[in-house]
Design a protein around this ligand. Sequence first.
Ligand code: BGC
Length: 448
Amino acid sequence: MAIIEFPQDMKWGAATAAYQIEGAAFEGGRGPSIWDTFSHTPGKVKNGDNGDVACDSYHRFEEDIQLMKELGIEMYRFSVSWPRIFPEGTGAVNPEGVQYYHQFVDALLANGIEPMCTLYHWDLPQSLQDQGGWEKRETVEAFAEYAAFMFKEFGGKIKKWITINEPWCVSFLSNFIGVHAPGYQDLQLATTISHHLLLAHGKAVRRFRESGIEGGIGYAPNTEWNEPFSSKQEDVDACRRATGWFIEWFFDPVFKGSYPEFMTDWLKQKGVTLAIEDGDMEIISQEIDFLGINYYTGSVARYKENHDLFDVEKVDIGYEKTDIDWNIYPEGFYKVLCKITDQYGRVPIYITENGACYNDEVENGRVTDDRRIQYLKGHLAALKRSMDSGVNIKGYLTWSLMDNFEWAEGYDKRFGLIHVDFNTLVRTKKDSYYWYKKIIENGWFEIG
Ligand code: BGC
């Protein structure tokens, strides 16, 4: 048995995203997003699920905030639905949408919970997609305008801002692998989009500074760890590329003002060109106030010629997996955090997502999700090890407050501390909810 203890000033929280929980897809003047289109396209989402109703948090936010309060979280990470603010992406503002988020943020503050607001968690207004989406620089400008509007409107209330959630997913997962909206399979397109997302991030940071509002801003890239199967140079290099796709590709431009050569060389060989215009890298590399890090999984991997994009294959050496089939790999969390600190300095970090999919159901009014508790224990121990190694962790926000619309997996995959019955919308606190509440109260837990 060991006691894992966190500093007193560590912030504890939970995270969600608009399309995954809000529902009310056709209410309150909201315009359609690419996720409405995608989820209503047959065959794109498991069981034909969509986010029309989701957890109905749009209507039930007061109940949800009471659940947060009882849980004891100090910070709540949510995202704003861009098409609720600008139904067409640009142009006319939707006052009802603005009013909704004011009510919501006011209620959080009244309950002593600090809002952390993500500006883009994947629900691009469909009208912008119709004009080319993130492939176009006009979308970058539209995002900067939307961000500036939000800073002006919510300045003083919201003090923690995240520009883009998981730019890797928005670019490569959605436009090269093609399993998320809009669902293209085009490496050139995805790479261009990755650059435009970084540019959108940089422009929003600039607008934030110009706004003069109080608070801090960052972005939330998703990370993964790939551990070389052997010390053979080809395995080491293959893993460097596989991890670099998540880390260096999305961090070097922000922290160093350039793309990593080992990655650009590789992508060039694949026929990809990068459309960098004069001034782009200066905009992208604006100083940020904190980093949001999302981490779920890692793998052992090795070189395999002509396999996938980076000549790398994952090797299943028998890791336990969560119910979404992702390896449980807390060591990777530790390594990712140490690598980021080694390469980019002691940037203040909030873990903006970390959590596990387990599909435990309600039995006699209780959800016994011990496996989620074990997962969280392992990852929090890894987090503490990273802090003891000098990683500058400010807070931890678990994914997710409640079960929700898990993108291409629909309602089939549950990540919440709170169970949601998607027929009745009844919320039930899981065992992990009570366990997390205790950590927040005590600042420590026992493991081993
Ligand atoms: C996303 C969440 C998602 C979670 C679990 C992250 O990629 O930001 O929206 O639900 O992982 O898949």
